[in-house]
Design a protein around this ligand. Structure first.
Ligand SMILES: [Zn+2]
Length: 500
């Protein structure tokens, strides 16, 4: 057979994406050949050659294209994948071996069952972890909860591609925060692959019945039964806050902001700051331990510039502010509408007595285009399919948030190809509710996170929260920014009495 083929090299084939190789075909014989080109063997399922035939004169050389689209699945595994290029001529058939390097990808799936554990005791659940990636992984398992201590056994896993394992999860909830009602305490179990890659996560919740002394006794028994560390922590605390005894994964009370600094804030990227998974703060105090916040002990005032807004826009915003108030325990007070530009930080206002005061947060709507008008501000820089929905930012003076501004883009679309406008409400997918919650949380100091079950995940289109409600991590961060964090002293407006 007077035909020779050579397969060129390519970068590793990334599963889910196409990888193309050049296939050089040469007629080394002395008469014209019609050469059929096809893939043979198992790899034939994931690739194709164009054109499928070449007509080559004697001595002629041509180039065909070999394209692979490896599935994002455990099979084929990462590493070299043998492929056969089959050449067919009138004179016979010949296989040319080649190798495609399949790039590894990490896809960890975790699911928890049952999701809700009933009533007032510690809940036992089973976490199923599946390695849906194409390479073996080692991963750490940990629980994150608000007032819930989550223990996992085992806390380390090693999984081949396609393999799954089970982890026993024990969630202990302390006393209910409010007496007289059954409350639900959410938590999240995170499976974090060594060496990076998106963690797998599953959400659970524990119902806690009302309790007085009985609940505390039960808790003490649980702490004794659980582990020595739980017991000593309980004894070490004053006894007034028994949830400390079991809340191993709740924020360190002395330094809650440690390891929770946002990698970006108000448009500035902080080199070397690793993103947090569950919650982050835009700014922290100079010691790095406390998040920078509004004073939650007085109403936070805001003014709307509603010149371009419809009733539905305002309704969404007021509902979002209500959800922010519920999550933080803070009071948000609407003051008279304003005509100030919501793209700018509002300036101090002169009071009737002649002194100056920090202005209310200015919130407004504008037509900023469906393109990248807001890029380079504090939001949505990354992928082309994100919604450029708005930008919210706090104004920080002396480690205290004194005011802020929030712009909402009436031209925002949920898909830049179909140019679908953003729907109203707080349902599934990207909507105004989701955008507003995200941006409002920025205004009070919350930053971006990696968890896709968080409103604070930067790529709103990638979030997996089924409705536009706060995720577990969001709630932990918001609580610390709110009343639970205690009061802060608002600094005076500098240069009192000096009008601009
Ligand atoms: Zn953002």
């Amino acid at each position: 057979m007077g035909v020779r083929a050579t397969v060129g090299s390519s970068a590793p084939a990334v599963p889910g994406e196409t990888a193309t190789f050049e296939l050089g075909v040469e007629n080394t014989g002395d008469r014209t050949e019609d050469v059929g080109l096809a893939l043979a063997g198992t790899a034939a399922a994931w690739g194709w050659i164009t054109p499928a035939t070449l007509s080559l004169a004697a001595g002629e050389r041509a180039v065909a294209r070999l394209t692979f689209k490896i599935p994002r699945a455990p099979h084929p595994p990462a590493g070299p994948l043998a492929v056969n290029v089959r050449l067919t001529t009138a004179g016979g058939m010949q296989d040319v071996p080649a190798t495609v390097e399949v790039a590894p990808f990490v896809d960890v799936f975790a699911s928890l069952g049952p999701r809700t554990t009933p009533g007032g005791r510690k809940g036992r659940q089973r976490l199923t972890v599946e390695n849906r990636g194409n390479a073996g992984i080692r991963a750490g398992v940990e629980g994150v909860g608000e007032d819930v201590s989550v223990r996992v056994e085992p806390d380390r896993l090693e999984l081949a591609p396609g393999a799954s394992a089970e982890v026993r999860v024990t969630a202990d909830a302390g006393r209910p925060r409010f007496r007289g009602a059954t409350v639900t305490r959410p938590y999240e179990v995170v499976v974090r692959p060594d060496g990076g890659g998106r963690p797998g996560r599953a959400e659970g919740e524990v119902e806690v019945a009302p309790s007085g002394w009985v609940g505390r006794v039960t808790l003490l028994l649980l702490a004794v039964a659980a582990a020595g560390i739980g017991l000593s922590a309980f004894v070490g605390s004053s006894g007034d806050e028994p949830r400390d005894a079991v809340a191993a994964t709740t924020p360190a009370s002395d330094c809650p902001a440690r390891d929770h600094l946002s990698p970006d804030a108000n448009g500035t990227v902080r080199d070397g700051v690793r993103p947090s998974f569950d919650y982050s703060f835009l700014f922290v105090t100079k010691q790095g331990c406390q998040p920078v916040r509004f004073n939650p002990c007085q109403p936070v005032r805001y003014a709307l510039n509603r010149r371009l807004a419809g009733d539905a826009d305002v309704a969404d915003l007021l509902a979002a502010i209500g959800k922010l108030a519920a999550a933080t325990g803070m009071e948000f007070q609407r003051v008279a509408d304003t005509d100030e530009d919501p793209r700018l930080v509002p300036r101090p206002r002169r009071q009737p007595d002649g002194t100056f005061a920090w202005p209310p947060i200015v919130i407004g709507w504008a037509h900023l285009g469906a393109g990248d008008a807001l890029r380079g501000r504090n939001d949505q820089r990354a992928s082309p399919d994100v919604v450029v929905g708005g930008g919210g930012r706090p104004e920080v003076v002396s480690d205290v948030i004194v005011t802020g501004n929030l712009i909402l883009n009436l031209d925002a679309v949920t898909d830049t190809d179909t140019r679908t406008p953003v729907p109203h409400g707080f349902g599934t997918g990207v909507n105004w509710g989701r955008i507003m919650l995200h941006e409002l949380a920025h205004v009070i100091g919350l930053g971006h996170v990696e968890s896709r079950t968080s409103i604070m995940n930067e790529a709103l289109t990638q979030q997996t929260l089924s409705s536009s409600e706060w995720g577990v991590g969001d709630l932990i961060g918001l609580r610390q920014l709110g009343r639970d964090g205690g009061c802060v002293t608002v600094p005076p407006v500098p240069g009192q009495g000096a009008p601009r």
